[in-house]
Design a protein around this ligand. Structure first.
Ligand code: HEM
Length: 88
């Protein structure tokens, strides 16, 4: 997956609610590694992030119809890398 494209996708589509890896809608459900380990369905891995982006969850909208498979893979890889490296 292309991490540079992933970052652009993130800034254009996700930062509205997840600026700096935070969550402005459900404050505790950040994109930090510890929060992903606790809350993300399927645990802390790229596939689980892809699934949530594709289908949405709770108040988070689904992106399956709006982003391509490649874009979803790119943004998921970007989120994983940011969380894993504590880079937010
Ligand atoms: C949760 C990614 C766009 C609202 C999450 C989580 C991820 C994620 C990985 C899991 C966080 C956790 O469980 O700690 C993304 C990506 C987006 C995006 C990559 C862009 C493609 C948005 C937008 C909104 C939003 C635009 C607001 C309209 C939420 C909410 C949750 C959440 C409310 C909590 C869902 C729940 O567990 O009930 N997001 N998000 N997200 N996101 Fe997003």
């Amino acid at each position: 997956a292309d991490l540079f494209v992933g970052e652009e996708i993130f800034n254009a589509n996700c930062a509205a609610c997840h600026t700096g890896g935070q969550n402005s809608v459900q404050l505790e459900k950040t994109l930090d590694k510890a929060a992903l380990e606790q809350y993300l369905t399927g645990g802390f891995n790229i596939e689980a992030i892809e699934t949530q982006v594709e289908n949405g969850k709770g108040a988070m909208p689904a992106w399956g119809g709006r982003l391509s498979e490649e874009e979803i893979q790119g943004v998921a890889a970007y989120v994983f890398k940011q969380a894993d490296g504590n880079l937010w």
